[in-house]
Ligand binder design. Structure first.
Ligand code: ADP
Ligand code: ASP
Ligand code: MG
Length: 425
């Protein structure tokens, strides 16, 4: 008998039929003698739709009100799942984030969990019920509802698993695990049996949307084992845990991210302290910079580029327009049609020549690199957005990650696949 936290994402609970399917799955786990706690996301694209509604009445909705609104999505699915379980004769009880004991700081829209109280969930389990927890939300010290950032139900699941000392945190989605890259982008992607916390953290933070990076961070910190698997099949998925391997592949996976933009400030006087002025101002306005590139100086002036989330565009524009006259730069431009493609693998540390091979591969395929950054286990390259899919595919082949078999879509509608491919745009 195991104590299992089972999280089901938006696609897995997108319709009444799929909710009934999730209920059957939970019932089977229960019948097999396990104790199980469900965590759910909002149905389908509900969160995007709620965001759209908010923007339709207020172009800049206050964060507190937005959280209040967005949290309702998960409250619908948690209740429907509890109702479906009850209809099958399995006692269930739904809990909002607050009722499940998820306490956070007050940073609305991307709150951090500060405490997890487990009493109500444990009580429900010992009464033989299946607790169903609304993901993505918590409560702050003022009693206000907070949300944990997009994809945050994964974090709720890991936090609940830690709070009740579960044996495993199963994250069910529409793919049967973590692949060497998004199998919808490169159908020759290979499913991984195990990924270490560090690799998964790096992969998630550069765009592998299959697990939220905050969830992986939490799991690593507290030693929660994650099992990423499919809501639509029984297949074993991918375990995310600490593991020492005898031999390591050079590259574990490739991810891409189209949610960033590149800003270039033109003709900046090449004098001491200019970069400090620009980046201090951007930092003070909470623009989250990623890569920074300073070109060689010509005639005493240079161009400075940086990448940041496209969502930060208004803040970035405002800041740069204010500092331009101060630093004596000529102008700036913004390129939103970029993608960041990243190679991740602990094996990179001990293998020379990874960057050269990656650059050569893109060069041979006429894909121009606009910016580069590295960490000990990651190499990221910024390219034109329209080349992202091809870049992932050619790198996947060049680093010998291709599998014999081809990923086959069996469950999702064409509309659902299209929505997934456009995520982050
Ligand atoms: P959920 O809505 O259940 O939380 P997500 O859409 O957040 O599910 O995550 C699953 C999606 O992640 C898959 O549909 C897949 O297209 C995408 N994905 C991106 N990178 C990877 C990867 N390396 N392995 C598996 N899936 C990936
Ligand atoms: N519903 C939220 C979102 O769409 C949280 C989640 O799905 O994990 O981001
Ligand atoms: Mg997700």
């Amino acid at each position: 008998m195991s104590l299992i936290v089972a999280k089901f994402g938006g696609t897995s609970v997108a319709s009444p039929e799929r909710i009934k399917g999730v209920a059957r799955r939970l019932a089977a786990m229960h019948d097999a003698g396990n104790q199980v706690v469900a965590v759910v996301s909002a149905m389908g694209k509900t969160t995007d739709e709620l965001m759209g509604l908010a923007n339709a009445v207020n172009a800049d909705p206050p964060a507190r009100e937005l959280d209040r609104l967005l949290s309702t999505g998960e409250q619908v699915s948690m209740t429907l799942l509890a109702l479906a379980l009850e209809a099958m004769g399995y006692p269930a009880i739904s809990f909002t984030g607050r009722q499940a004991g998820i306490e956070t700081n007050g940073t609305h829209n991307r709150a951090k969990i500060v405490r997890v109280r487990n009493e109500r969930i444990l009580e429900a389990l010992s009464a033989g019920k299946i607790p169903v927890v609304a993901g993505f939300q918590g409560i702050d010290a003022n009693g206000d509802i907070t949300t944990l950032g997009r994809g945050g139900s994964d974090t709720t699941a890991v936090a609940v698993a830690w709070g009740i000392d579960a044996d495993v945190c199963e994250i069910y989605s529409d793919v049967d695990g973590v692949y060497t890259t998004d199998p919808r982008i490169a159908p020759r992607a290979r499913k991984l049996d195990v990924v270490t916390y560090d690799e998964m953290l790096e992969l998630s933070s550069v765009g592998a949307g299959v697990l939220q990076s905050r969830a992986v961070e939490f799991a690593k910190k507290w030693g929660v084992v994650i099992h990423s698997r499919s809501a639509f099949s029984e297949a074993e998925g991918t375990y995310v845990r600490e593991e020492s391997r005898m031999e390591q592949a050079v590259i574990t996976g490739i991810a891409h991210d189209k949610s960033e933009m590149k800003v270039t400030i033109r003709h900046v006087p090449d004098t001491t302290g200019v970069a400090a002025k620009v980046f201090t101002a951007l930092g003070e306005n909470s623009v989250n910079m990623d890569m920074i590139i300073q070109n060689t100086s010509l005639d005493g002036a240079t161009d400075i580029s940086f990448t940041c989330p496209a969502a930060d565009l208004p803040k970035a524009k405002e800041t740069i327009e204010a500092v331009l006259p101060e630093i004596g730069a000529a102008s700036y431009d913004v390129d939103e049609d970029i993608a960041k493609v990243s190679l991740v693998g602990t094996g990179m540390k001990s293998t020379p020549g990874v960057s050269a091979r990656a650059f050569r591969t893109l060069g041979e395929n006429n894909i121009n690199i606009l910016a580069i950054s590295t960490s000990p286990i990651r190499l990221s390259m910024v390219i034109e957005a329209s080349e992202a899919q091809r870049a992932v595919q050619v790198l996947h082949t060049a680093f010998e990650l291709d599998s014999e078999s081809v990923f086959e879509e069996t469950q999702l509608s064409a509309e659902e696949i299209a929505a997934k491919m456009n995520k982050g745009r």
